[in-house]
Design a protein around this ligand. Structure first.
Ligand code: ADP
Ligand code: MG
Length: 234
């Protein structure tokens, strides 16, 4: 059963085509890796599925559970179970970590969420989301908050990126946690090492999905393309 179907999405910014008739499906409970070089349009796609302001497709459909959600706003999509961890974490400067993790549901146990992302609760529960946290700690806390939302579809945009990035092992354990909770995960990355935990993977290039299949196959394709391009860029 398809949870998410993207059909023929087209999107321009200025006079540049960013998404070029992109189609993709994510099944319920599936871990689907989306891999592609920088600038291929991955974050744009993520923002469009989440329903962020300014990311309305020029044409094409975003379908959840067989129904178009094109006209739904970000909070309406959140209510239907879509959640996203951003490539650039949103700043909630000054809010307590405990408060941040229980914003959506005061019954949640923040300690359990912190443990799930590899943080020792006693070291963080009394702290604030502020500059004293490293980039990696912020990313973990953001992932913990997305876990706490108990989404049906979690979009994780490059959880492996950043200065003190999460290790492949960290990502794998968080993604497994989502899966155990019954969520599907769209796992966006430009690191092919991450893709092996995926049930399927798709390769994105210049705003299109050029291949979907087993992650090992897609990983090989991706490496080949990088090799041809010489430096991993477009
Ligand atoms: P990725 O996440 O795969 O690195 P992005 O979706 O961030 O790719 O960007 C895809 C392309 O769209 C890039 O060439 C980027 O410069 C361009 N782009 C993204 N957002 C905008 C915008 N608001 N205005 C103009 N160009 C944009
Ligand atoms: Mg990106």
């Amino acid at each position: 059963m398809e949870l998410l179907t993207l059909r023929d999405l087209f999107f321009c910014a200025g006079n540049k085509i960013i998404l070029n008739r992109l189609s993709l499906t994510v099944a319920a409970c599936e871990i689907h890796a989306l891999i592609g070089t920088n600038g291929s349009g991955k974050s744009t796609l993520a923002s469009m599925v989440m329903g962020c302001e300014g990311y309305t497709p020029a044409s094409g459909d975003i379908i959840l559970d067989g129904r178009s959600i094109n006209d739904l706003k970000i909070h309406e999509r959140a209510r239907l179970g879509i959640a996203m961890a951003w490539q650039e974490p949103v700043r909630f400067e000054g809010i307590g970590i405990t408060e941040y993790l229980t914003l959506g549901d005061s019954n949640l146990d923040p300690a359990t969420l912190l443990t799930a992302v590899g943080l020792e609760p006693s070291l963080y529960l009394q702290r604030q989301v502020d500059r004293s946290l490293s980039g990696g700690e912020r990313r973990r806390i953001e992932l913990a908050s997305v876990l706490g939302l108990k989404p049906r579809l979690a979009i994780l945009d490059e959880p492996d990126s950043g200065i003190d990035m999460l290790s492949t092992g960290d990502i794998i354990s968080v993604v497994k946690r989502f899966k155990d909770n019954g969520a599907a995960v769209l796992l966006i990355t430009h690191q092919e090492e991450i893709t092996h935990i995926a049930d399927r993977a798709s390769l994105m290039h210049k705003g299109q999905i050029i291949s979907t299949g087993k992650s090992a196959t897609i990983k090989a394709w991706y490496k080949e393309r990088k090799y041809q391009a010489g430096n991993g860029e477009e």
